[in-house]
Design a protein around this ligand. Structure first.
Ligand code: SF4
Ligand code: SF4
Length: 326
């Protein structure tokens, strides 16, 4: 029902004889006129559109340091990796981030904190990769692809990044992705490679540990997210600073509690105990308007649980959003 309002299919389509989209784990089979679970890709006269070099998105500039999930460890927020990956030894004042907001998502989180992407995809028009590459100006030192989720648009962001890099060959230009981790693993390796070479990072939003909870809250299981995260963690030794992979979890009151965070953190620590993990405050939004904001106590308990689970770098983000104890 939460999807009907936006004209989105309730489940990934499995149309007999349809075209297979392999961009993400949903693997939609799209018959003529059928739209994928993400609401982005559809079968138009026998071709899946938008084409790989087109995307539905908007963009804006954010002066650095900005409130990125990774700002406490990344080159733009801290100067980590200076001088190869950052313009200054501390935060990069005077430079800016190009934030690319992709529409559509491969999950259906009832607590979505950015749900306007669903309304926007109904009115947007596709932009070519060159539009994005041209938006990178002299003061842009990083590009962050987020959404919605960038997964239905990864070939677009990969091509845009390569175009922009060719334009700024000898300058610092980092590329980062913020994602639920449901993409085709082949694309994940391509974005890890671009982030590695450019000084950027891939930020995984690990929403839950248990698959049943993920399905209840986000419509789909988290098996692919975990598998992709394990794959990404095999890359972390290739570059220590700034970290190549960062994890985060939204602390949804009553659902993502101390026990859930402990399990997520244990999973991360089993792969790399030095991997940075950010805990984010929830704000009542979308179909979860009846929940309170995350309390300070919940955030502190979750931070303690993540440290107990063996992680070394755990931070509470969005401090300003946290509420009083209840
Ligand atoms: S990107 Fe994923 S959700 Fe969208 S059409 Fe392709 S397989 Fe389906
Ligand atoms: S886009 Fe990347 S480098 Fe820039 S502020 Fe965000 S995490 Fe840091």
């Amino acid at each position: 029902m939460s999807r009907e309002a936006f004209g989105l299919p309730p489940h990934p389509p499995r149309d007999e004889g349809g075209k297979l989209c392999r961009f993400c784990f949903n693997q939609c089979l799209l018959g003529p006129g059928s739209k994928g679970y993400c609401g982005i890709r559809e079968n138009v006269e026998g071709k899946i559109k938008p084409l790989p070099k087109e995307g539905f998105f908007s963009w804006y500039y954010d002066p650095l340091p900005t409130n990125c999930v990774a700002d406490w460890v990344c080159a733009g927020g801290t100067g980590a990796g200076y001088p190869r990956f950052a313009y200054s030894e501390g935060a990069e004042y005077g430079h800016k981030n190009l934030a690319v907001f992709y529409y559509g998502c491969t999950f259906n989180c009832l607590f979505c904190q950015n749900s306007s992407h669903k309304e926007r995809l109904q009115r947007g028009r596709p932009h070519p990769t060159s539009d994005l590459a041209q938006a990178v100006d002299d003061r842009t030192s990083c590009v962050c692809y987020f959404g919605g989720d960038p997964s239905p648009h990864l070939p677009h962001s990969i091509h845009s990044s390569r175009l922009a890099l060719a334009q700024k060959e000898k300058e610092i230009l980092r590329f980062c992705w913020e994602t639920n981790g449901t993409m085709n693993s082949r694309f994940l390796e391509e974005i890890l490679d671009i982030a590695l070479e450019s000084g950027g990072c891939v930020k995984f939003d690990l929403k839950t540990f248990h698959s049943s909870l993920n399905t209840a809250l986000c419509g789909r299981s988290n098996e692919q997210t975990k598998a992709n995260f394990e794959l990404a963690a095999t890359w972390t030794k290739k570059r220590k600073e700034p970290p190549l992979v960062v994890a985060s979890t939204l602390l949804v009151p009553g659902y993502v509690d101390r026990q859930e965070v402990y399990q997520i953190a244990k999973f991360i620590a089993s792969l790399d105990s030095n991997l940075p993990y950010a805990l984010l405050g929830f704000h009542p939004h979308f179909y979860c308007r009846d929940l309170p904001v995350t309390s300070r106590r919940q955030a502190q308990e979750c931070q303690e649980a993540a440290l107990e689970a063996g992680l070394k770098r755990v931070r509470i983000g969005n401090l300003h959003l946290l509420g009083n104890d209840y």
